[in-house]
Design a protein around this ligand. Structure first.
Ligand code: C2E
Ligand code: CA
Ligand code: CA
Length: 765
């Protein structure tokens, strides 16, 4: 709104209004003038006409109608006069006429017009017309005569003479009155028309003046508003305009100054823009660099975190079961022991070892063994987690309640043990958890653990000590029937051999050759002839006496000592075999057990090397391989077996029946002998199926053209049954336990078996 009222516009509006008012005033003034003029013209013309000489006076004096009508018509011929009448000096109407030419038109009453005014005065009186009601200006004009009508008016000639003479005397006598009606409404009409003309003309002129004024003020104020616009543009930061008008006035000087300021500002702005552009380019570049670095950094951090996690996982967790490994177990147990010492609380360590795991591993292969360990880990973890009694967490992340130390050994730590009995309850839960059979690669398997429990600080107060005690207790549990648990007691200290101690000693024993081989004869079931002997390793322990291979072979396998031990056994067995034959004893064959962990390319080389070194003729040597070893990788096994076979040795399948041999493979392998597992021999009379199974195995062995051996035969009836089924060879306590070499040689010499067989077959018990 305010923007509209610029200086120029304000001046133009003000002057425009002034012009309009002036025009109106001028119009009014002119109209007023005109009205006066018209009035005066009418009155003066009438007065002038009324003084038209003797003829007129005569006509009035002597009532000459014709002349009077003529005179009246002269009045009517003038503008505005609508009616004319002649009255006598006494006010009597003589003659009247109006504009339509009618005589005797309406004339206002003489007395109303003149009233009481002087008889010689010209009187004006505005009255409404009696007929139309229009306003009329009634003019009463006296008509004078120089001769006195009273004296000379009787005779026309006298009167004329008197008139002529009296003119010089100057006396005046009223002869009568003219009464004229001036139509004011037609005067007004005329005036209105005039007003319009004048008004419009004035208006036109004032409009013209206004337009000229606007143009002039615009011309004057344009540079000013240009300046104002420029100033507002500058203040708004628009610097791309300049002051265009030329001239010399102050406005132009200001304009020129502003133009200079603008130019200065523009160059400054240009510099600033360039600077800004450079700056923002630098900022962008820097931002891009930073974000790239940030990305790289993030990637690096992520990778480091991944690696760290991976390393932590590798360092602290068992890759097979994802349980904490020995390292994490030891570190966390150490911390727990510190806390326990400080807070004076007890901790129980449960050491759990699977019974006969090696056997399953051997017979089903390592993949199955791994699957079994995973299942065991899951069951143990599940049972620990389920139990509110024992879910003790060290912290949220690293629960150490269950760990896998390696192989088939697991540990469970119970923190804040209130009483010893709770550890027993937990051990029972763990035993229960494994009681339900597991399905591993389609086979139903039950695996039992043996658990040893040690309590800190009662039994030991270090990680190592606690482990040793729990381990000792576990071995006691194993020797007293497996699938059970035992608490450590000081009484075990003297008798027991802990696992850790065993490990250290085994290494030493293998180095120092504290191992001995015992031989168990393999007897022809029909003749009693000794057809061979199985070499079985024993550990001759200085303190504990003979230790049996069930205790240390798994350990040797785990510790990687089995290759060394296996090589020693083979060498020793070959040497003994040669020596015995050199002494003239008849030993057609010596059988050596081969661990599943031994059976690889290096093993074949080793056998070749031993044969060469000892000079052993290969037909005297038999290698016992378990079913699992042969079957776990049938294709590579075929090759390896062929290579062994090519060396000239014979091959026996040990523990046959416990594994899951494919018959079609069995027929393809270059085998010589099947050793039916001891469990079948034991079970043969427990069910009809047991007996059927044994005879089926024997029949199958025969059909494959393999020698059949039954091991673990320790009763006469077992022998009788087996020989009835057509078994070829018998090995077992019935004939002999594994014996030291010297004793075995005596057996070879005496050979009591043909006689024994006769006796067995002859008696029925
Ligand atoms: P295996 O090859 O099945 O050996 C037969 C085991 O059955 C021997 O136990 C033997 O003493 C036992 N045995 C034989 N007849 C009877 C019997 O009538 N009744 C009973 N109750 N047992 C009988 P040992 O000597 O304790 O060997 C156990 C296992 O240790 C062997 O099982 C074999 O797998 C392994 N082993 C023994 N010596 C060696 C060796 O030099 N190298 C390898 N790799 N393993 C060996
Ligand atoms: Ca064997
Ligand atoms: Ca066996």
């Amino acid at each position: 709104m305010l923007r509209f009222f610029t200086i120029g516009r304000t001046i133009a509006i003000f002057l425009g209004l002034l012009f309009l008012v002036g025009a109106a005033g001028l119009t009014l003034f002119l109209v007023d003038q005109k009205r006066t003029t018209l009035h005066d013209q009418a009155v003066e013309g009438a007065v002038w006409l009324s003084q038209s000489g003797i003829q007129q006076q005569l006509a009035i004096q002597f009532g000459d109608q014709k002349v009077m009508q003529e005179f009246l018509q002269r009045f009517l011929n003038r503008p505005l006069i609508a009616s004319a009448a002649i009255f006598t000096a006494q006010g009597k109407l003589i003659e009247s006429r109006d504009r339509s030419g009618e005589t005797g038109g309406s004339v206002a009453a003489f007395s109303r017009v003149r009233g009481i005014s002087n008889v010689q005065d010209i009187v004006e009186q505005t009255l409404p017309d009696e007929l139309t009601g229009k306003p009329f200006l009634n003019l009463s004009i006296p008509v004078f005569s120089y001769a006195n009508p009273m004296l000379y008016g009787a005779d026309k000639d006298v009167f004329v003479r008197e008139l002529a003479q009296a003119r010089n005397q100057g006396a005046q006598h009223v002869l009568g009155y003219y009464q004229l009606g001036i139509d004011l409404s037609s005067l007004e009409n005329e005036l209105l028309e005039y007003t319009w003309r004048v008004g419009l003309t004035c208006l036109g002129f004032s409009l013209l003046a206004c337009i000229i004024l606007v143009l002039i003020t615009r011309k004057i104020s344009a540079p000013l508003s240009n300046l104002a616009q420029l100033a507002s543009d500058i203040s708004a930061g628009r610097l791309d305009r300049s002051f265009k008008a030329r001239g010399t006035g102050e406005v132009y000087k200001i304009g020129a100054m502003l133009n200079m300021v603008l130019a200065e500002l523009n160059s400054y702005k240009t510099r600033m823009d360039v600077d800004n552009n450079l700056l923002s380019m630098k900022v962008e570049e820097r931002t891009a660099q930073l974000s790239k670095r940030n990305d790289e950094l993030n990637k690096a951090v992520a990778q480091v975190t991944r690696t760290k996690n991976r390393l932590r996982q590798l360092a602290y967790y068992d890759s097979l079961t994802s349980l904490p490994n020995r390292q994490l177990f030891s570190e966390q147990l150490q911390l727990l022991l510190n806390i326990a010492k400080r807070d004076n609380i007890k901790i129980a360590l449960l050491f759990l070892d699977l019974d006969n795991f090696k056997r399953i591993n051997d017979s089903l292969g390592h993949n199955a063994g791994d699957a079994l360990l995973r299942e065991v880990a899951a069951r143990l973890s599940g049972c620990i987690r389920e139990s509110d009694l024992i879910s003790q967490y060290f912290d949220n992340e690293s629960r150490i309640d269950i760990s896998r130390l390696g192989g088939d050994e697991f540990t469970v730590v119970l923190h804040k043990l209130e009483e010893k009995g709770i550890a027993g309850v937990v051990a029972e839960r763990l035993l229960d958890a494994l009681q339900t059979p597991m399905i591993i690669e389609g086979h139903e398997i039950v695996i039992t653990p043996s658990i040893g429990i040690a309590v800190a600080p009662d039994d030991a107060d270090s990680v190592e000590g606690l482990l040793k005690m729990a381990d000792t207790a576990m071995y006691h549990a194993k020797t007293t029937g497996k699938n059970g648990y035992r608490f450590y007691s000081s009484a075990m200290r003297g008798t027991g051999v802990g696992r850790l101690k065993l490990e250290a000693e085994l290494r030493k024993a293998i180095d120092q050759q504290d191992m001995v081989l015992h031989y168990q004869p393999q007897v022809d079931a029909r003749t009693g002839e000794i057809l061979g002997a199985e070499a079985l390793v024993r550990w001759n322990h200085a303190e504990h006496g003979i230790i049996y291979p069930d205790r240390f072979i798994p350990l040797a396998e785990e510790m990687g000592l089995i290759v060394q031990l296996g090589a020693w056994t083979l060498l020793e067995a070959c040497r003994h075999s040669i020596q015995m034959r050199d002494l003239g004893l008849k030993l057609p064959k010596v059988s050596v057990n081969v661990s599943s962990l031994q059976f690889n390319a290096a093993f074949i080389e080793m056998v070749e090397q031993v044969l060469k070194e000892t000079g052993m003729e290969p037909q005297y040597l038999e290698l016992e391989l378990t079913e699992g070893v042969i079957m776990s990788n049938a294709r590579s096994s075929t090759e390896a077996l062929l290579q062994l076979k090519n060396l000239g040795v014979s091959l026996s399948v040990d523990d046959f029946g416990t594994g899951y041999s494919s018959l079609s493979y069995l027929s393809r392998f270059p085998l010589d002998e099947l050793k039916i597992d001891r469990s079948f021999v034991i079970d043969y009379n427990k069910s009809t199926n047991g007996a059927k199974l044994v005879s089926a195995i024997i029949a199958m062995g025969k059909s494959l053209n393999l020698c059949t051996v039954a091991e673990g035969v320790d009763h006469n009836d077992q022998f009788r049954f087996l020989s009835a089924q057509g078994i070829d060879v018998i090995q077992g306590y019935l004939f002999s336990k594994p014996k030291p070499r010297d004793e075995f040689m005596l057996l070879l010499k005496s050979n009591p078996y043909p006689q024994q067989i006769k006796e067995i077959l002859s008696q029925q018990d």
